[in-house]
Design a binder for this molecule. Sequence first.
Ligand code: DC
Length: 220
Amino acid sequence: MINVAIDGPAGAGKSTIARAAAKELGFIYVDTGALYRAVGVYCLRKGIVTTDADAIGSVLNEINVELKFIDGVQHVYLNGDDVSTEIRLPEASMAASNVSAIPSVRAFLFDLQRDIAAKNNCIMDGRDIGTVVLPNAQVKIFLTADPEERAMRRFKELEEKGSTVTYQEVLDDLKVRDYNDSHRKIAPLKPADDSVVINTTGNTLEESINMIVETIKEKM
Ligand code: DC
């Protein structure tokens, strides 16, 4: 199977770019952030503090997270419920960032990610795909962009969905998540030694998609 790992900070355009590139290459696109988000949503529903490693560790056996691909689109299920929309709420983002720093949560989601990659030609995006989950991926890309540009993209996405959140709130949130994601002890966000680093600041979406598709084709 061909596995492409795309890692990078929140809002770098990973999901949009990876989805389009996967479509062009005929691969499935796997968004691993959705898995952490689903665990975060479970905690929010249960009123569990999302930084409480012991409390979360003790409920992991109550959680079943599944990914299904319907018409090529990924849906994430939490104990049988399709939570694909709910996991995109801003509170789910912060919950996901918090739970993703907990080793037992990462271990819990590890096999699921490995299994999908073993069975499918895929582009998998996340924070530790090239470094931890798929260290043998044939192609590794680290996709990034300046924080202000990433926050502006996120802000516009949320605004389109009718959210009243401000740009400054999105930027502040993103900086906190960047810090959390890259400073945690376990599987911190960082480029794999053998990754191609691509900075999309100032690029149009088309340009970024082309850059990624070309990089993948070259490496394959
Ligand atoms: O990509 P995203 O914004 O949906 O990810 C949500 C959170 O999950 C993010 O703050 C970091 C975490 N995450 C992770 O730690 N490892 C991954 N492979 C994917 C996401």
